[in-house]
Unconditional design. Structure first.
Length: 94
């Protein structure tokens, strides 16, 4: 899992079978060496822009949305927790 900041909401005009109804947000991983790194992540928790979240990646992303059948969700990243900013060390937020 990685800490990330929600930067925006993606509004796809169409989605593949299996992820219709899944909200997609744009996140920027905290502490990334690539300042422009942005990931699209499934958001079952309805995070807001500006929220700090924990994301999981790879097969675990599908498993977070469909336990027991991770291949049902062909995703690379998913939000699994929303973190209160006062609970994160300041140096991790930069």
């Amino acid at each position: 899992m990685r800490l990330a900041l929600v930067k925006g909401i993606a509004w796809p005009s169409r989605k593949i079978d299996g992820i219709e109804g899944t909200r997609i947000v744009l996140v920027s991983p905290a502490g990334s060496t690539d300042e422009g790194e942005t990931l699209a992540a499934a958001d079952p928790l309805q995070a807001s822009v500006g929220d700090y979240v924990l994301i999981t990646e790879g097969q675990a992303a599908g498993a977070a949305l469909q336990p027991g059948n991770p291949s049902a969700y062909p995703l690379d990243a998913a939000i699994v927790a929303i973190i209160q900013p006062d609970e994160v060390r300041p140096r991790l937020l930069d």
